[in-house]
Design a protein around this ligand. Sequence first.
Ligand code: MG
Length: 310
Amino acid sequence: MALDDAFEVIDKRFHRYAIHNAHIDHLWTGARWAEGPVYVPAGRFLLFSDIPNDRTLRYDETTGTVAVFDQPAWNANGHTLDLEGRMVACEHRGRAVTRIGHHGRREILADRFEGKRLNSPNDVVVHSDGAVWFTDPTYGIDSEYEGDAAESEIGASNVYRIDPSTGAVTAAITDMVRPNGLAFSPDGRILYVADTGISHVGRACPPDIRAYPMNADGSTPAGGYSTFATCTNGVFDGFRVDATGNIWTSAGDGVHCYADDGTLIGKIRLPEVVANVEFGGIKRNRLYICATTSLFAVYLNTRAATSAAG
Ligand code: MG
């Protein structure tokens, strides 16, 4: 049987990840800008954001239905789970990174850096040591559309780390224009970060994913970076790393898959601009795709990188 037409094989390495009788599931439409998906294995559901409509939605994998999980939702954007399986959210309007505790209440993990309010946290990942890493571009304060318009107090868009024992917030990466999606390599030794600063400074900021090597204990970047990939259609926004180190990233024409050597090996072409992806399903081998108004999914012959939460 032929591959679904949506799959585009660019490098033969991509063949092993595409399942020949799988197809793209168009699960739901109705968002204004779908973003921030996180799969919650214990509940078999996917939470995702509809940022301009200020709501968090829940796709129930057992019934196939989408319902409102939270509205208003602080114009939440990126989500992840921490090592205890608690949901961590980046809030544009809250200008904070928050967590829903086991008691069900919202707790603020970070809303300031050196006394100044954060811009509008965008995406978040948890290192295996428990530290929460997040990006803080200005998209949620640039206009009233995805948050409350405001001037940046910090005057820069950085990547921050929240220390797992002290809660202290440090600026870990300060040389980007608008850091956006981020993820660690499976061994935790590389932090990948997308820069979408082309939205503010044009081609002076190419739409790259950078690779920042980490120190041995994974708590700080070792210094310097390399350009991992430059987007060939639109920009890289959110992305995920699979168990073998491939990066599955959002792009203008669908999902792009990069091998860990930075080669674009294949695409999943979709009719809407993709903002973010997440591995879900019991085996974590189903890629959920937030694409502008719609939620798509496809089973792949790979799975999420192992983490304590998933
Ligand atoms: Mg983003």
